[in-house]
Design a protein around this ligand. Structure first.
Ligand SMILES: [Mn+2]
Length: 359
């Protein structure tokens, strides 16, 4: 089995860094889970080509986490551990340590600088993001399962809305949350359910408002650590021809974006082209075209006009164009995609036509 930790060792070698130190403490670093398959509450992982990977972990969790982890060298985090670490550093003549700066607090950084005095500490955050952007076979399989589950939850939701069981934004939110929890999972971010003019606010929080006009629902499942992210827009009431045209414009833009994505293509190029496809509605598309997903809801690559990222096989990301007209309406359609060796694979599938629910 190919372990993720080997990717980190390769990276450290390339960057001439003696030790990679991944910390899961005050801030939960998803990279810790990525490399160790466990999330202890308080733990330090030392990765190096000079000695076997070791994890220092609180005595309360050590035995249990060791059983679940792909890394077998667990040690208790006690006073002796500090001397132990100092000895390790000295013995292997460690000169440079890499840290994930995105997940170390200022006070932790201060303490580490004191502990590792005379040793250079460098940032690994960008490298770790790049590394995690290319998904492994195991991750891709998890995403295929997660996408199916996300679609099933949505199918149940839209059915309940059609049957008039769910009438308000909050009812939709609670229904989706309950469905996800029933399956033993959690949502991957706070749900968005926005009706009518509320839908013009991309990150709106649901309230007791009746579903009316264009309704935007944005949700995802945290499936064994991996986040899905989809948005569906449906219409409650009598839709006009113009409204159906607007929906189709967004949906077509999304499909167009998917035809532009090939290995090596710049994300900024795809974003710009898709924006242009919205014609005079381009100015109402006020956010990025999409983002990578994984252990975090926003990962590499970044689908923005100013991004420097490129598409590579193994990447999993969202495509989510939208238009938002203040005090009037909002439309967003979002699906998750995998760039495979042979081209783009759509993991979740939005309906082709606008769902209109007459009330
Ligand atoms: Mn998204």
């Amino acid at each position: 089995m190919k372990l993720n930790i080997n990717k980190l060792k390769k990276l450290l070698k390339k960057r001439k860094i003696d030790v990679g130190l991944i910390i899961n403490s005050r801030l939960n670093d998803p990279s810790f889970f990525y490399f160790a398959d466990v999330i202890p509450e308080h733990a330090f992982m030392f990765v190096s080509s000079k000695f076997p990977t070791r994890i220092y972990c609180s005595a309360l969790e050590c035995e249990q986490k060791k059983k679940q982890s792909s890394i077998k060298n667990f040690k208790e985090l006690n006073k002796k551990a500090i001397d132990n670490i100092k000895l390790l550093i000295k013995k292997h003549k460690i000169k440079k340590i890499g840290l994930n700066f995105s997940y170390v607090t200022v006070s932790e950084h201060k303490r580490l600088k004191k502990l590792f005095s005379g040793i250079k500490i460098v940032d690994l955050s960008q490298d770790l993001k790049q590394l995690r952007a290319i998904k492994t076979k195991k991750e891709i399989l998890l995403y295929k399962q997660a996408s199916k589950l996300t679609e099933t939850v949505w199918a149940k939701t839209i059915n309940a809305i059609k049957k008039h069981k769910l009438k308000t934004e909050l009812q939709v939110k609670e229904f989706i949350e309950a469905e996800i929890e029933k399956d033993g999972y959690k949502t991957s971010f706070p749900l968005i359910v926005a009706s009518g003019k509320n839908a013009a606010i991309p990150h709106y929080s649901p309230r007791q408002n009746k579903l009316k006009g264009f309704c935007v629902v944005d949700f995802g499942i945290n499936y064994n650590g991996y986040c899905t992210d989809i948005t569906r827009t449906f219409f409650v009431g009598k839709s006009t021809k113009k409204e159906i045209e607007l929906y189709n414009l967004v949906n077509n833009a999304k499909n167009y974006a998917s035809t532009l994505i090939t290995p090596g293509k710049r994300t900024a190029f795809v974003t710009k082209k898709t924006r242009q496809a919205l014609g005079k509605y381009e100015k109402y598309f006020t956010h990025g075209l999409g983002h990578g997903i994984g252990l975090e809801i926003h990962e590499f690559p970044n689908l923005k006009t100013e991004a420097k990222d490129k598409f590579y096989p193994g990447m999993i990301f969202t495509i989510e164009p939208g238009i938002y007209i203040k005090n009037k309406l909002g439309i967003r359609i979002e699906d998750d995609y995998l760039l495979g060796e042979k081209g783009l694979i759509q993991l979740t599938k939005a309906p082709k036509d606008l769902v209109v629910i007459n009330r």
